[in-house]
Structures are given as structure tokens and as C-alpha cells.
Design a binder for this molecule. Structure first.
Ligand SMILES: NC(=O)c1ccc[n+]([C@@H]2O[C@H](COP(=O)([O-])OP(=O)(O)OC[C@H]3O[C@@H](n4cnc5c(N)ncnc54)[C@H](OP(=O)(O)O)[C@@H]3O)[C@@H](O)[C@H]2O)c1
Length: 338
């Protein structure tokens, strides 16, 4: 059996997460028992939610145990199988964690899924045609539920969730406005993702300036807001909401290292009779088949062209993850192992 390099959570962060919170180790891969398969990971998924799991605080998900392989989504190839439904060469998506190989009890529900790479590249099953894509779908379709012609806005627009959101919103006849960090990301958001406009928040670093930019980009006001960041951008959006607007509260990445995210004027939620709903995509497994079907069709037809930031080799995972939390990624952040 092959040697397996793994990254463990070595200790919990105090304040900002650092590379010293992780540790690279090498272990032998155990021999397979009946019902198990050995998967060689091709890509690891790096996701903002992982920062929350590094803490030992109460949350919607159990925290990552210290001293164990850092948990996360993976795609790869079966290299050996002792399960009748899997054979060497099958391409699979799973939750193998930050390691080069995983031994999976393939019969347990939800552990492993075969994926078809005929029209969709393997890596996209961790992004547009995976968890982040379904996240965009759920927030847009089930919470914002836009009517044709309505205006919807999303933060982190060039990222894994944001890029899928743009294609899904345009498919529903919405005016889609992105907010992203930097001219290059904004250019990609409008020219390649098909958003109607994109606001570079670095050029609008306070509520007044951001609110003015939103007024220009959303002349009919904002009907739906998909929140990924939090902070002053949310304050600016609240100033531009229409009556009966809907907010899908998906993430607040600006506060993941413990920064406070005060809200300047929460009374606007009442004034505008706003529906605000937080959600966790893994609690809505019932929508995944429908969402993945639409997302797969958008990618297959070229209407959704997701971008990826790819770090090379298992040892690059911690730094790439810390970069993701600071916006150094451009599109879905992955680590390539093969
Ligand atoms: N609720 C759920 O079930 C669920 C599931 C998946 C993801 N999420 C959330 O969805 C959001 C997007 O996730 P993703 O996987 O698509 O990541 P991503 O957008 O590909 O990457 C994160 C992006 O966040 C932006 N960002 C980071 N810090 C920021 C700050 N202080 N201010 C403004 N923007 C900042 C950066 O983009 P810029 O350079 O443009 O700033 C960065 O590229 C995250 O908040 C994540 O936690 C939630």
C-alpha cells in the first residue's frame, strides 16, 4: 500500500489562523477490508467554512478534532476496490480530507459518489457542480426566489459560490450585480460570468461610497441580496433595499478570524419588511439533485465558465487556505495532487 502524506490540524488558532496551526505527516495506507476502496485524491477543496471548524466554539457543525486529518471535500480516482459497486479507474467525489489517499467505507451512504467527467472536468465537482454551486442555487432559488427583471446582488462575486450565482440569476432574467475585490476580478465578473455590473469594493471602502456605487448599479433598488462577506457592505446594501427584499445569509467571511461585524442600521430590516434567512447547504440535501442538474447543464453548455486557483502539492494546502480567507484566490481554490 502507498505512503500517504496528510495534513493534520496541530493546534487551534488564537485570533488569525496561521500555517503553524497545521502539520504535515507521512503514514502508511492501511490494507483494505471488505467493502472498502482506496481513493487517490486528485484535488482537495479549500473552503471558507473550514476556518470556523478550526475553532472549538459552538457552531452548526462539529469542530475539527486536533491531531486528525483536516476534513474537506475531495475528488479523485479509485485505485483499488473491495466493494462490488466500485472498480479501479472510477472517478469519485467524497470527503477524504487533506491527504493524498483515503480509505473509504464505500457502502456507507454519502461517503462516495461516482462522477461523470465526459462533459464536466473532475475539479468542477468541488466547485460549480458541487457544494459551492448548490449553495448559490439554494440561496437564489429558495430564499431570494427572484421574479424576472428583479435586481439581485452578491458579494465575493468572482468566487466559487459567486460565479455560479451569476449564471443562475441571468438564467432567471434578473439584473445581476457583483461586488468583488479589484479590477481584474470585476472584469471577469462582467465579461466572463455575464453579470450586468460589478463594484470593486476596494474603490468604495466605506458605507457612503459603496451605497452611491450601488445606487448607480441598481437604479431600481435591490430585491435580493446574497451575503457572503458582512461588515460595511451589508450596511450599504441595506440602504438600497426595496420593500419586501430578501437576504440569503450565506457567509460572513470578513469576520471569520473573530473580527466584530456590527450592523449600523438594523432598523432598515423592519422599515423595508425584509426577509433574512441564514442557511447551511448541507441541511438541504433534498435540492441537490435538481440544483446539480441545472449547474451541470450550465457548465456543459459553456454558460457558466468557472475559474479555478490551483495550488500544487499537499504541502501547499495551508498557505493556499489562508490566502483564500484574504481574497488571494481568483475563483474556486483547489489543491492539485496528481
Ligand atoms: N452557508 C453555506 O452553506 C455555505 C456554503 C459554501 C460557502 N459559504 C460561504 O460563501 C462564501 C463564499 O465562499 P466560496 O467558497 O465561494 O469562497 P470564494 O468566494 O471563492 O473565496 C472567498 C472570497 O471572499 C472574499 N473575501 C474574503 N475576505 C473578504 C473581506 N474581508 N471583504 C470582502 N470580501 C472578502 C474574497 O474575494 P474578493 O477578493 O472579491 O474580496 C475571496 O476570494 C463564504 O462566506 C463561505 O463561508 C456558505
Amino acid at each position: 500500500m502507498p505512503t500517504n502524506r496528510q495534513i493534520l490540524l496541530d493546534n487551534r488558532p488564537v485570533g488569525e489562523a496561521t500555517a503553524a496551526n497545521f502539520k504535515l505527516v507521512s503514514n502508511d495506507t492501511p490494507a483494505l477490508a471488505d467493502g472498502q476502496v482506496l481513493v487517490r485524491h486528485h484535488y482537495l477543496s479549500l473552503d471558507p467554512y473550514m476556518r470556523g471548524r478550526m475553532n472549538d466554539s459552538k457552531s452548526y457543525a462539529a469542530s475539527q478534532p486536533v491531531g486528525e486529518v483536516f476534513q474537506g471535500g475531495t475528488v479523485g480516482e479509485v485505485v483499488e476496490s473491495r466493494h462490488p459497486k466500485y472498480a479501479a479507474g472510477d472517478k469519485v467525489a467524497g470527503f477524504g480530507g487533506w491527504q493524498e489517499y483515503s480509505v473509504v467505507d464505500a457502502g456507507q451512504p454519502g461517503m462516495l459518489k461516482k462522477v461523470d467527467t465526459t462533459h464536466v472536468p473532475l475539479s468542477h465537482y468541488l466547485g460549480a457542480v458541487g457544494m459551492p454551486g448548490v449553495t448559490a442555487w439554494y440561496g437564489l432559488v429558495k430564499i431570494i426566489a427572484p421574479k424576472e427583471g428583479e435586481t439581485v446582488v452578491i458579494t465575493a462575486a468572482s468566487g466559487a459560490v459567486g460565479s455560479a450565482f451569476g449564471a443562475l440569476a441571468k438564467a432567471r432574467g434578473c439584473r445581476a450585480i457583483g461586488i468583488a475585490g479589484g479590477a481584474d476580478k470585476c472584469k471577469y465578473v462582467t465579461e466572463e460570468l455575464g453579470f450586468d455590473a460589478c463594484i470593486d469594493y476596494r474603490q468604495h471602502p466605506d458605507v457612503k461610497s459603496m451605497s452611491k456605487a450601488l445606487k448607480e448599479a441598481c437604479p431600481k433598488g435591490i430585491d435580493g441580496y446574497f451575503e457572503n462577506v458582512g461588515g460595511y457592505i451589508l450596511d450599504a446594501v441595506l440602504l438600497r433595499l426595496n420593500a419586501f427584499a430578501r437576504i440569503a445569509l450565506c457567509g460572513m467571511i470578513a469576520g471569520y478570524d473573530g473580527q466584530p461585524l456590527p450592523l449600523a442600521n438594523p432598523a432598515l430590516l423592519l422599515v423595508n419588511r425584509v426577509k433574512l434567512e441564514g442557511f447551511i447547504v448541507s441541511e438541504h440535501m433534498e435540492v441537490w439533485p435538481e440544483a446539480l442538474k441545472e449547474l451541470g447543464a450550465l457548465v456543459g453548455s459553456g454558460k457558466l465558465r468557472p475559474r479555478e486557483s490551483i495550488a500544487q502539492g499537499i504541502e501547499s494546502a495551508p498557505e493556499a487556505f489562508l490566502g483564500l480567507l484574504k481574497g488571494r484566490n481568483f475563483g474556486k481554490q483547489l489543491v492539485k495532487l496528481v
